[in-house]
Design a protein around this ligand. Structure first.
Ligand SMILES: Cc1cc2nc3c(=O)[nH]c(=O)nc-3n(C[C@H](O)[C@H](O)[C@H](O)COP(=O)(O)O)c2cc1C
Length: 208
């Protein structure tokens, strides 16, 4: 494998330019990632741990930012769902190469209400609704065509009337710690951390 040595030169992260609320900076960086034409700018790596403390990670899409945290949707019976059930502490990581930026978040995942999951589920294209409703996410399949057959059978049976299964819905991840990382030349990267306290977020700069 060739070793690539990339120099980060796109910007700086100065305290004087950072909003008091980390959510505001998160929104700003997301908008800038969209503006920079990043593929799937809302994609984030969700890390969970199983009951023995072993981590696993996968990408999910950010579908909302609220006072209660960062929202994503999935199958509650999936591997990630069962790991969150036994340990709600999770981490989320964004990486936008075009902007040389990373955001790392740590917090707890909490299921959102059925009503809110319904609102999102029924806003999706019909085929996506059917796919999420039929897929036994993370379970073993017997052949490459099995999931297509399940999808087509459900499409025929349900027509336009799909019901959100109880096991598919959203989580909100509260923020206990969030770090903004901006790449710099010679690996002297900027790192600004916000830690949640009873009096709001405490901000600090940490070494690269
Ligand atoms: C860019 C990207 C976005 C994804 N978004 C989601 C998502 O929002 N929800 C989801 O359940 N899976 C999403 N997936 C699929 C997951 O990465 C993963 O394969 C799936 O959720 C099963 O994970 P698990 O078996 O660890 O539970 C996405 C994958 C990629 C590459």
């Amino acid at each position: 494998m060739d070793i690539h040595r990339y120099e980060y030169t796109k910007g700086r992260l100065f305290e004087s330019e950072i909003p008091d609320q980390p959510m505001d900076l998160l929104k700003q960086w997301l908008e800038e990632a969209v503006g920079a034409g990043v593929t799937e700018p809302t994609a984030m790596c969700l890390s969970t741990v199983d009951e023995d403390g072993r981590p696993s990670a996968r990408m999910v899409l950010l579908r909302g930012i609220s006072a209660s945290g960062l929202r994503f949707f999935t199958n509650y019976l999936s591997r990630k769902g069962s790991e969150i059930e036994s340990n709600p502490h999770v981490a989320l990581t964004f990486w936008w190469g075009a902007l040389e930026r990373q955001i790392r978040i740590e917090g707890q995942a909490v299921k959102i209400s059925s009503e809110e999951s319904d609102l999102y589920f029924y806003s999706r294209p019909l085929d996506s609704q059917i796919a999420s409703a039929v897929s036994p996410q993370s379970q073993t399949l017997s052949s490459p065509s099995q999931i297509d057959e399940m999808f087509l059978a459900a499409k025929k049976e349900w027509g336009e009337s799909v019901t959100r299964p109880e096991h598919w819905g959203g989580y909100d991840v509260s923020i206990s710690r969030i770090e903004f990382w901006q790449g710099r030349p010679s690996r002297l990267h900027d790192r600004i951390v916000f830690e949640a306290t009873e009096d709001g977020f405490l901000r600090s700069r940490i070494a690269p």
